[in-house]
Ligand binder design. Sequence first.
Ligand SMILES: [Zn+2]
Ligand SMILES: [Zn+2]
Length: 219
Amino acid sequence: MLYSDPTYLEEVHICPYCKQKMSCCEAPPMHIGDGLGWGSEILFICLNDTCSLYVEGWKNIEEKYNHHASYRHMELPGSKEGNLMMVMSKDAFTGSVIDLEARKKQDERYRKEQQAIKDLVTCIEKKNLEPVLFLLLDEAANLSDRKKALSYLLELNDLSCIDPIRNHTFRHSELEMGCNQIIPILLKAHYKKECPHCSEIVKAQAKKCPHCKETLETT
Ligand SMILES: [Zn+2]
Ligand SMILES: [Zn+2]
């Protein structure tokens, strides 16, 4: 899931009750009628179990309503206004805490993917292998974009694509097969071949691999 405004994730909210940093959580799925429609994808919630609001909440709700529940202090992104989130257990919301580091990496990957898709349009005229390789080797990218990237590989005719492709494990056999068809054609066009023993790229006429010294078949 992507957030419409990832800068919210950078916000620091301090709980006014316990002065601890609040956790950035995914907003619970909205159910019509239960009042959980906060209009935000993320919520900042104080999950400190020694927070006075939370500790006293158990007593207050028990006395007033004869229910076993408490409150957590919550603030919406971009706001310092406090809200009370009713919780039935200590673990409520702890599973929805957003891993900010992982989140940032995902956002970064997504941005790069979008850039690569844009750059793909001009990759041939600019002889730009980068977006082609990025999409081809990005297992999280769209398959249709990756196939498109694959289709430019031959025309780009750039041997530096071979090592990264060979070092990659494809989850889609279709892409892997496509690469396996294209690589020999690229090598041939450059009068090169891959050493079957050490995988280094060597001259097509080489009888002995200069890297591993194995004897090679001449093609
Ligand atoms: Zn607190
Ligand atoms: Zn070799």
